[in-house]
Every structure is written in C-alpha cells, then in structure tokens.
Design a protein around this ligand. Structure first.
Ligand code: NAD
Ligand code: ZN
Length: 250
C-alpha cells in the first residue's frame, strides 16, 4: 500500500491536470452499498427504466417508495476518507476536477465546489418536474407521498411527473454535464478512476477517452476492471486506506 501511495503521490506531483473519476466504490465505506458487489442495490431491486417511470403512475409510486426507504437506510451518510482526500487535493490545486457517477451528494458534502464537480448521473438529494423543470425538495415530496398513503405527487405548476434529479436507465444523459466531463477529460494528463466497475456507459467512456488522448490512467478498485491493462497504476485495495494518506495535512 505504501508503494502505491508513493507512486500515486509522484504521479499527482508531475501532473499538470489531474482528474478524479469516481463510482459507487468511494461511498461504500460511508454505508451506501454499491451496485454490483454481492448484496449491492443491483441484486435487491431491478431498476425502473425511464420510459416505465414516465408512463405509469404505479412505477412512480414504487420509485418514490424505494427512494424514501433508501433514506431510512443511509440518508444520514457522511463523506468518507476518499471524499475528504479529493476535496483536499482540489483545495491544494492538485486536482482539476472530479467527475462522478454517484448521486449521493457526498462530494459536495465534503467541500468540492460545484464548478469543479461533474455529476454525470445527476443528484438524488432533490427532485425536479420532468415537464417544466421546477425543483422540489425531497422533504416536500415526502410529505405529500406519505399523506396520500404512498402516491407520488405530480407537479403543482404543470401536472408533470416529479422525479429525483438522477439519470435512470433509458434516460438521456445531461448535455451540459457530458460537455463539462468531456472538457476535463481532454485536458487531463492524469486520470484517476476510483471505485467504478467501468461497465456503465457512456460514463465509462471517459477513462477510455482520457487514455486514448495520452493521459496516464490510475485505477483504484478492489476488483479487477476491463481497463486495468491500460493503466499506468492499478491499486487493488480499499479506497479509504489508499486515499487516507492524501486527506491528511502536511
Ligand atoms: P459499481 O457498483 O458498478 O462498481 C463499484 C466498484 O467499486 C466495484 O468494482 C467494487 O469492487 C468497487 N468497490 C466497492 N467498494 C470499494 C472499496 N471500499 N474499495 C475499493 N473498491 C471498492 O459502481 P459504478 O461503476 O459507480 O456504477 C454504478 C452505477 O450506479 C453508477 O451509475 C451510479 O450512478 C449508481 N450508484 C450510485 C451510488 C451512489 O451514489 N453512492 C451507489 C450505487 C449505485
Ligand atoms: Zn411541472
């Protein structure tokens, strides 16, 4: 582990523009399960595709039921050692930005400013109307959901469906976030993948693009990924253990 940390420190030192690309693995030590590990969210519930959510009230009711059940389980999650390390590297000018697939809001909570953060799959800590874009706080949705005995509320402005501000399977990727991720990726000379199985596209296309563009690739993940052979450095350990070193002062 010490050797990997030293090598990573050296790569960060030499880089002009380092970018971190995070997945569910950075948040598992915070108590939020990832998708594909045994017992992960994936194995418990089949995700509700976007078109089904839009077409069926029953699907919306179920989606919100799951969302609030999730809050009960890990709504109080706090940033972990990986989040803290990235926030600190950003503050010290060692990182140009963080691209995340996560929807848990823990990068913001750890102090990564919005202008340095790209949330490819949106943010599950608030909701929007799919028709008019009005924003609703989860507390607002929850009150109506519970008062009606589990019926998803529609938008009071336009009657449209209200959805957590996350990107579901089958839903278009957010254009602005995709463009920002693309810019960061093309400027990067060091691209550090942290806790992603790299099987969800288009997100997983960014490390690939960085590599083809000449950036050095680092992969920190407890399991092997399809991209390991392209990487300058593969660290197959616990993310918190690897990055704790970079969260400390000095
Ligand atoms: P994934 O679940 O497919 O992959 C996570 C990877 O991290 C796995 O390969 C696993 O071995 C590794 N990992 C888990 N904990 C680790 C640890 N402590 N140390 C080292 N490695 C660890 O996640 P993904 O690639 O991000 O794709 C899943 C999709 O699901 C994403 O699109 C994301 O939007 C969504 N998701 C988000 C959250 C969240 O916001 N926290 C949680 C689950 C799923
Ligand atoms: Zn509306």
């Amino acid at each position: 582990l010490k050797g990997a940390q030293a090598r990573l420190a050296e790569l960060l030192e030499k880089a002009d523009s380092a970018v971190a690309f995070t997945g569910a693995g950075i948040s598992t030590e915070c108590g939020i399960p990832d998708f594909r590990s045994p017992g992960g969210l994936w194995t418990q519930n089949k995700p509700i595709p976007f078109d089904v959510f839009v077409a069926h009230k029953a699907a919306r009711n179920e989606a919100w039921r799951r969302r609030f059940a999730m809050d009960e389980a890990f709504g109080s999650a706090r940033p972990g050692r990986g989040h803290a390390a990235l926030a600190r590297l950003l503050r010290r000018g060692r990182l140009a930005g963080v691209i995340t697939q996560n929807i848990d809001g823990l990068h913001q909570a750890s102090g990564v400013p919005d202008e340095h953060l790209v949330e490819l799959h949106g943010n599950g800590t608030y909701a929007t109307c799919l028709d008019c874009g009005a924003r609703y706080e989860l507390e607002w949705v929850k009150q109506r959901f519970e008062a009606s005995g589990g019926i998803a509320p529609d938008c009071p402005e336009c009657g449209g469906p209200i959805k957590a501000a996350t990107i579901s399977f089958g839903q278009a990727m957010p254009e602005r976030e995709m463009m920002r991720a693309e810019m960061l990726t093309l400027e990067a000379d060091l691209f550090i993948v942290i806790g992603s199985s790299l099987v969800v596209f288009p997100a997983a296309g960014f490390p690939l693009k960085a590599h083809h563009n000449g950036a050095k690739l680092v992969i920190i993940n407890r399991e092997p990924t399809e991209f390991d052979h392209m990487a300058e450095l593969v660290v197959r350990s616990e993310i918190g253990d690897v990055l704790a070193h970079f969260a400390q002062d000095g």
